[in-house]
Design a protein around this ligand. Structure first.
Ligand code: MG
Length: 157
């Protein structure tokens, strides 16, 4: 068994879609980044890389590389899952937390779990996504940014 953790943080800005776990969430602001800036998917991707000792997301998909501009982070996640599988490691489960003051994410959690389950080829009972706020404090609490944490468990290798 191998565990990995991932963390990501992005600014919220006008004129960008808000994508979490591959799901478009209606909101006046979106996450700023080179790809689609899906920070939940980035945190899970980094957790997979960490569990497999394969570096980090920035090494595999350098920001600024034109081939990753506006790309779906779900595609990056699936590329990393292929690398993990090539090490004879299989994903057992994912647990992730999104930290966001708004919008309220609870109504979107079922769609996000389903989207990530499809991307990871895992049953939804093995894909946990939670949401919490920052109690109005700091850049996340002021609605200027979001963060995400993820842990994954791999077996095999
Ligand atoms: Mg990121």
């Amino acid at each position: 068994m191998r565990i990995g953790n991932g963390y990501d943080f992005h600014r919220l800005v006008e004129g960008r879609p808000l994508i979490l776990g591959g799901v478009h969430i209606p909101h006046p602001l979106g996450l700023l980044g080179h790809s689609d800036a899906d920070l939940l998917t980035h945190a899970i991707t980094d957790a997979l890389l960490g569990a497999a000792c394969l570096g980090d997301i920035g090494q595999h998909f350098p920001p600024g590389d034109p081939q990753w501009k506006d790309i779906s982070s779900i595609l990056l996640l699936q590329k990393v899952l292929d690398l993990v599988r090539a090490e004879n490691l299989a994903l057992v489960n994912v647990d992730a937390t999104v930290v966001a003051e708004r919008p309220k994410l609870a109504p979107h959690i079922p769609n996000i779990r389903s989207s990530l389950g499809r991307a990871l080829n895992l049953p939804e009972r093995c894909v946990s996504v939670k949401a919490t706020t920052h109690e109005g404090l700091g850049p996340i609490g002021e609605g200027l940014a979001m963060a995400a944490y993820a842990v994954v468990l791999l077996e095999g290798g």
